[in-house]
Design a protein around this ligand. Structure first.
Ligand SMILES: [Ca+2]
Ligand SMILES: [Ca+2]
Ligand SMILES: [Ca+2]
Length: 671
């Protein structure tokens, strides 16, 4: 039998890789979640074929998605095979013969992409050698040990030790503003879902030290940020050369790197990060946490002493400097974020009063965040505030704005052929991160409402990044069968290694053609989502950046956590090692079925049944349960036939914010 299987693989695989008109998530599909692909082919039906046997594991008809998709110009059809939950390797074949790349179904398909995306930050480390033990073939010697010298525009002169931190993007500069949203998003991931981001096995120098590697990696950036604080509390804007360096390895990049003037947008970002770090690092290193809080308070003092934007009108490059400007003429969102994190860490009235007095002029949630506008980081922190003096009125306003915006995103997704939440005029520079920042909001909308449509739409944004797109392409280096090979990333372009540094997200389509390479390949009449090219020269579509990887880590880590239920590891006659929600039995059913689950720790547990619109149909369990194995009956009397969902949640308290576990499964009631 084994010999036969080998021959089958040899015959099938090369053929399949040549034909790929079927757009799939190349990282694979989580066993227990929705599985959708798209295609341009108007075939009658599709088959999911098990690679190991050649057998058809699932078959169904295609559904119509959109004609003349405004983003791609394509007419698209989709296929859903969510009920195929058996782990394995598969490909899709359409009845007209078109087929997909091979993909995996398992409960850990997002683990490798998640770890790569987070470790992507390690490869951006500046001022240190990347060791072979950690970096593998991408190791290199120490870079940029001369950071840095005050630029004459600061009015200061001489050297200031500011080594460390991450290279910002495809270049080797270090910019506080972009560090702000990056660190803020990564710390938010850990704060929102500590059990999903607490792994200590990333193979970075600080792995296996008992501290989550996410916190270790982020601390590398924070240690650098602490060096960027002037004695008056203000934060220097950036360290770069006057011009972008050429495409050389970082250790070969010599020449003076300059520290640029103090800015209030940088200072607001810094105060927020340091205040957030102060509470998240407290359990691991109280001395460091206190140092962060002191630095945050000092930065806040600078902001209160300088109530209007510094420098006047916002930072601009002085004459002779041509590196990133991160132009931002409005620092009210950075100030609000600083106040929100300081309030959450200290509970002091001063910060709460500032938020109450200023949120209206900044606005509630109305879009995805960017380095230019970080108000969402302030608002989400306040929404989940544990401070008893936090305004419930403001919390409600934030929640309502989040829900309203999530509904807007559902509408956007429904008019896009691939379920993407980017409108056709908005495929601008870096829009891949925009899709993921919208997924971040949808995940939080789901947390607030249990509306499964938000959850499914968040997943679709991740599917889009991982290959369910018109390019049939994974936008993450080192992830997927057909992925970014030529990022605008100096180490990848100059290391002599074929495969790029893994785990880095390309910016994605740029319909405004902001670089000469895009202009030479596309025109203003090219459908917006097609304006992408895997070319090292296309900085506007194929650069990577620390702020783009941050929502990628958030969304990948969240969905990776949805699959963390390994039945195989459970022992007999003992406390279960994992939470797990089983498929109901029988299924389909009429009118009653059994739902069983297990919990690894005592917790407040709820088991709720929803209809396809996300309306609650029945609450089967809502109480504290000890660790153990449980079963309950669901009787669908009085309901109409169709698909229903059931969700198990386990929290640390009845209305607990710390979610130990949440999982949803689908069932079918047939009269
Ligand atoms: Ca660690
Ligand atoms: Ca701003
Ligand atoms: Ca290379």
């Amino acid at each position: 039998m084994k010999v036969f299987l080998k021959y089958l693989l040899i015959i099938i695989l090369p053929f399949e890789f040549l034909k790929a008109d079927v757009f799939i998530n190349q990282a694979g599909y989580l066993s227990n979640l929705t599985k959708i692909f798209y295609t341009e082919s108007s075939a009658d039906s599709f088959y999911v074929i098990d690679v190991s046997t050649g057998n058809v594991a699932f078959r169904d008809g295609l559904f119509f998605s959109v004609s003349n998709d405004p983003a791609t110009g394509l007419t698209l059809y989709g296929g859903e095979f969510s009920s195929l939950e058996t782990n394995g390797s598969y490909f899709i074949r359409l009845s007209n013969g078109d087929s997909s790349f091979v993909f995996t179904i398992s409960n850990n398909v997002f683990e490798d992409p998640y770890k790569k995306a987070l470790k992507g930050y390690y490869f951006q480390r500046c001022g240190t050698a990347l060791l072979q033990d950690n970096a593998g073939i991408y190791f290199h010697s120490t870079c940029h040990t001369g950071d840095g010298y005050y630029h004459s525009s600061t009015g200061q002169s001489g050297f200031r030790l500011t080594t460390g931190g991450w290279h910002d993007a495809g270049d080797y500069g270090k910019y506080v503003v972009n560090a702000g949203i990056s660190v803020g998003t990564l710390l938010l991931a850990y704060e929102n879902f500590p059990e999903r981001f607490n792994k200590d096995n990333l193979n970075i120098p600080e792995s296996e030290n008992g501290i989550p590697d996410l916190l270790d990696e982020v601390r590398y950036e924070i240690e650098w940020l602490l060096e960027m604080q002037n004695s008056n509390g203000g934060i220097y804007f950036k360290i770069t050369k006057e011009q972008f360096e050429s495409f050389i390895m970082p250790q070969n990049d010599s020449g003076t790197r300059y520290i640029y003037t103090v800015s209030s947008t940088a200072t607001g970002n810094f105060a927020a990060i340091m205040a957030k770090a102060a509470r998240l690092y407290q359990p691991f290193d109280a001395t460091f946490a206190n140092q962060c809080l002191t630095a945050a308070a000092l930065a806040w003092n600078f902001l209160t002493a300088n109530p209007t934007i510094v420098p006047v009108g916002g930072f601009v490059n002085p004459g002779g400097t041509f590196t990133g400007e991160y132009g931002d003429t409005n620092d009210s969102d950075e100030r609000l974020w600083a106040a929100a994190e300081l309030f959450e860490t200290t509970g002091l009235t001063e910060y709460n009063n500032y938020i109450i007095a200023n949120y209206a002029s900044v606005g509630t949630i109305s879009g995805a965040m960017s380095w230019q506008n970080v108000k969402n980081l302030a608002l989400i922190t306040y929404l989940y505030s544990l401070q008893s003096t936090a305004s419930q009125t403001l919390k409600n306003l934030i929640k309502n704005s989040l829900i309203s915006y999530c509904n807007t995103l559902l509408n956007r997704a429904s008019s896009n052929g691939f379920g993407v939440t980017i409108n056709s005029g908005e495929y601008y520079w870096g829009c891949n991160s925009d899709a993921l920042n919208k997924a971040l909001l949808l995940i939080n909308g789901y947390r607030q409402t249990n509306n499964l449509a938000y959850y499914e739409t968040a997943l679709m944004q991740l599917n889009y990044i991982l290959g369910t797109n018109a390019h049939n392409f994974s936008f993450i280096t080192g992830v997927g069968t057909n992925s970014v090979m030529h990022p605008h990333h100096r180490p990848s372009a100059s290391d002599g290694i074929v495969n790029p540094v893994p785990g880095l997200l390309a910016g994605g389509p740029d319909q405004y053609l902001d670089d000469p390479v895009l202009q030479s390949h596309f025109t203003s009449s090219t459908p917006p989502a097609l304006c992408y090219i895997d070319d090292v020269g296309s900085y506007a579509s194929n650069e990577i950046a620390i702020n783009w990887n941050a929502p990628l880590v958030y969304v990948l880590g969240f969905f990776n956590g949805e699959g963390l239920t390994d039945i195989d590891e459970q022992g007999f006659n003992s406390v279960p090692k994992n939470f797990n929600l089983e498929q109901n039995y029988p299924n389909p059913f009429n009118p009653d079925t059994k739902i069983s689950w297990q919990s690894s720790v005592g917790s407040w547990q709820s088991l709720t049944v929803y209809d396809v619109l996300g309306n609650e149909v029945s609450k089967l369990v809502n109480e504290y349960r000890a660790a153990g194995v449980y079963e309950t009956d669901f009787i669908a009397e009085g309901l109409s036939s169709g698909i229903y969902f059931y969700t198990l949640k386990a929290n640390n308290s009845k209305e607990g914010s710390e979610k130990f576990f949440v999982q949803t499964k689908k069932m079918l009631f047939l009269k």
